[in-house]
Design a protein. Structure first.
Length: 584
C-alpha cells in the first residue's frame, strides 16, 4: 500500500529538484562552454548564475502554482506555463549578465542559451516522467490499483466483476464502515475514516451508486484519484461500471422510500396518467406498471410522445388515449368508460419563458385542464387524485408558477366527496425535456459556450425516478386537500452545475457566458410558503399549510380570468403573492 505525498512534501520535493537541476545545468553549461575545463576566474560566475536562476525560477514557479500540479497529471497547458517561466527568468538572466559587467561579473553570453535548453530539458523530463511511466510502461504490465467503495455484499459483486478478466483494475482495498478490519475476497476492508486518515493512494476508485457520491467524489478528487467509476445495475451476472455523470453526483436516494406503501397504493388498481408521454408522466407510468397496476390508461395530446411510451410499456398492454385535458367532454367519456381508481395529473405547460409568451394557452391548459380533470375524477368517484405541482408555485414570479398555484388552491378547496385530492410539489428534475442538463450537454458537445442566466441563480434538483417514487409515496399517504412537499436537499448554483459538467466531460476549457434572467425567472426557488408546515411519518415528505379560498368565488375568478383582457392583473388578484418578474 502506497502513501500519498502531502502538498508540503510534494512542493519541497519539486523545489529541491529544481534547485539541483538548475545547479547541474549551470555547471554543465560552463563546462560545455570551456571544454570541461572551467577557468578558476569563472567559478564565482558559476555560483552567481546558479543563485540568480534558482531564485527567479523557483519564485516564478511557486507563484504560478507549478508546484501544486499533480506529478501524474502534468498537461500541455502546464508545459506552456513552464515555458513562460523559463522565458521570463532567462530574460532577467540576460539583463543580469549585462549589468554584471559593470561590477566585474563576466558571464559569457553563450552560457545563457546553453543553460536555457539544458535546464528546460531536465526539468521537463522530471515533470513528465511519472505520467510517462504510468501511461506507457506501468499500464502495460499491471492493472490500476483500485479501491472499491460499497457495502460488503455489493463490494463482493464488484470484486467478482473486475477480477479474473481483463478489466484493467487491481483491487487493493474495500471501503465499508460495517466490515472494517475484515477481508472480503482476500481484500482488506477499511472504514472511510481510515481511508481519509491513512491517506491511501490509488489509481482508480469504483463507487457504489447508492452511497453519497457527491461527497465521496470530491474527496477522491482532493486525493488526486485519476479514475472514478460508478457501479450500478447489480445482478447475478455482475455489475455495470460506467463513467461518473452529473446525475450520479446529484442523485439523492431517499432513505425513507417506502416501496411497500407504494405497492399497496398501486397494485391491482386502474391508474390514469395525464401527460403520460412527458418526462414525469412517462416515469410515473413505468413505475405504476412495475408496482403492479391492473390497468394503465395513458392520456396525452402528443401523438409521438404517446406512441413512444406505449412502445416502451407494451408488456403492460396500456390503453392509449390521445386527448387534451382542456376538452372536458372527451375527458368525461374517457372516465365514464374506464372509471380509473387513481388519477395522476402530470399534464401541464412548464417551460417558463414559453408560458410568458403564451399566457392564454397556459391558463387554458394548466388551470382549466387541471380543473376539468379534478371535476371529472370526482364525478366518477376516483379514489385518489394526485396533482404534480412545482416549487415555482411558491411566491410565484412567473405565469407558469401562478397557474400551478391556482390549481393548488382549487384542489385544496373543492368539494371532493369520496375522492381524496392531493398535490405534490417539487423542484427541477434532472434530464427532463427543456431542462438545463440536456441543454448544457448539447452546448458542451458543440464546443461551447455554456449559457447561464445569472452567476447567482440556484435551483433544487432531483432525479426523475426518485421524484416519481416520492410522488407515489405521497399519494399513498394523502387523505385529501394536502399539498405535499418533497425534500429536494440543498439548492445548487447553476454555474456550479455547468462547471461540474465541463469537468466530467474533460472540457474545462469551455467558457460560461451569462445571458441575464429570462422573463418570469427568479434567482432562488422556494418549496415552502411559511414555517407552519406539518411533518409526515417520512422525513422526505412534508405538508404545506392549507390556504382557504371560497370555492364559489374561485370558480367565478377562474371564469373571469379566461374571458378578461387583463389576465396578468387577474392572476395577481387571485394569487396576491404573485410578483411578476419581467426582466430580460
Amino acid at each position: 500500500m502506497k502513501i500519498r505525498q502531502t502538498v508540503t512534501k510534494r512542493r519541497s520535493f519539486f523545489i529541491l529538484s529544481d534547485i539541483l537541476i538548475i545547479f547541474a545545468s549551470v555547471w554543465l553549461s560552463f563546462a560545455l562552454r570551456f571544454d570541461f575545463a572551467i577557468p578558476k576566474i569563472y567559478i564565482d560566475e558559476v555560483y552567481f548564475s546558479f543563485f540568480f536562476l534558482a531564485i527567479t525560477r523557483v519564485s516564478f514557479s511557486y507563484f504560478l502554482h507549478i508546484y501544486d500540479i499533480s506529478w501524474r497529471h502534468f498537461s500541455l497547458s502546464d508545459l506552456v506555463k513552464l515555458n513562460y517561466i523559463f522565458i521570463f527568468s532567462t530574460t532577467l538572466f540576460l539583463i543580469f549578465t549585462f549589468v554584471g559587467r559593470y561590477i566585474d561579473i563576466i558571464i559569457p553570453r553563450s552560457i545563457i542559451a546553453i543553460e536555457f535548453f539544458v535546464s528546460l530539458f531536465l526539468i521537463l523530463f522530471l515533470k513528465i516522467s511519472k505520467r510517462f511511466y504510468l501511461e506507457f510502461y506501468r499500464n502495460n504490465i499491471q492493472d490500476k490499483d483500485t479501491i472499491i467503495i460499497a457495502s460488503g455484499d455489493r463490494a463482493n459483486i464488484i470484486l467478482k466483476t473486475i477480477t479474473g478478466r481483463s478489466t484493467g483494475y487491481n483491487p487493493i482495498a474495500i471501503i465499508d464502515d460495517v466490515y472494517k478490519n475484515m477481508r472480503i475476497g482476500n481484500i482488506p476492508v477499511y472504514s472511510f475514516d481510515d481511508f481519509l486518515s491513512k491517506d491511501l493512494e490509488c489509481d482508480a476508485a469504483i463507487v457504489d451508486d447508492t452511497v453519497d457520491i457527491q461527497n465521496i467524489y470530491s474527496k477522491l478528487k482532493d486525493r488526486e484519484v485519476e479514475e472514478i467509476k460508478i457501479a450500478s445495475a447489480y445482478s447475478d451476472y455482475g455489475v455495470k461500471i460506467h463513467e461518473v455523470s452529473v446525475e450520479d453526483l446529484l442523485a439523492r436516494h431517499p432513505k425513507d422510500l417506502d416501496k411497500t406503501a407504494i405497492e399497496n397504493f398501486i397494485q391491482n388498481k386502474t391508474v390514469l396518467i395525464t401527460g403520460a408521454g412527458g418526462s414525469i408522466g412517462s416515469e410515473i407510468a413505468r413505475q405504476c406498471g412495475s408496482f403492479g397496476a391492473k390497468k394503465l390508461i395513458l392520456l396525452d395530446h402528443s401523438e409521438y410522445n404517446l406512441y413512444s411510451i406505449s412502445e416502451e410499456l407494451d408488456m403492460y398492454k396500456p390503453i392509449l388515449i390521445m386527448q387534451s385535458v382542456v376538452n372536458k367532454e372527451l375527458l368525461d367519456l374517457t372516465f365514464s368508460k374506464y372509471k380509473p381508481e387513481i388519477v395522476i395529473h402530470a399534464a401541464a405547460y412548464k417551460h417558463v419563458p414559453l408560458v410568458e409568451e403564451n399566457i392564454y394557452e397556459a391558463i387554458l391548459n394548466n388551470i382549466i385542464g387541471t380543473k376539468n380533470t379534478i371535476d371529472v375524477a370526482i364525478k366518477y368517484g376516483a379514489e385518489k387524485f394526485v396533482l404534480i405541482s412545482t416549487d415555482k408555485a411558491v411566491r410565484p414570479t412567473n405565469v407558469m408558477g401562478t397557474t400551478k398555484r391556482i390549481c393548488e388552491l382549487y384542489l385544496q378547496n373543492v368539494l371532493s366527496g369520496s375522492t381524496e385530492v392531493v398535490a405534490v410539489r417539487f423542484g427541477n428534475v434532472l434530464g427532463s425535456s427543456g431542462s438545463v442538463i440536456p441543454k448544457f450537454k448539447a452546448q458542451i458537445e458543440a464546443g461551447g459556450p455554456i449559457t447561464v442566466t445569472h452567476p447567482d441563480v440556484t435551483r433544487y434538483f432531483m432525479l426523475i425516478p426518485e421524484a416519481c417514487e416520492l410522488v407515489l409515496q405521497a399519494g399513498a399517504i394523502g387523505q385529501g386537500g394536502e399539498i405535499f412537499i418533497l425534500d429536494m436537499g440543498e439548492p445548487i448554483k447553476i454555474v456550479d452545475l455547468a462547471n461540474k459538467m465541463c469537468e466530467l466531460s474533460g472540457r474545462e476549457d469551455i467558457q460560461i457566458e451569462f445571458s441575464g434572467l429570462r422573463p418570469g425567472e427568479k434567482l432562488y426557488e422556494e418549496l415552502l410558503i411559511n414555517d407552519s408546515d406539518a411533518k409526515t411519518k417520512y422525513e422526505s415528505i412534508t405538508v404545506a399549510s392549507k390556504t382557504i379560498y371560497d370555492i364559489n368565488k374561485l370558480n367565478m375568478d377562474i371564469e373571469e380570468l379566461i374571458s378578461c383582457d387583463y389576465k396578468l392583473e387577474k392572476l395577481k388578484n387571485i394569487v396576491p403573492e404573485f410578483k411578476h418578474n419581467i426582466a430580460r
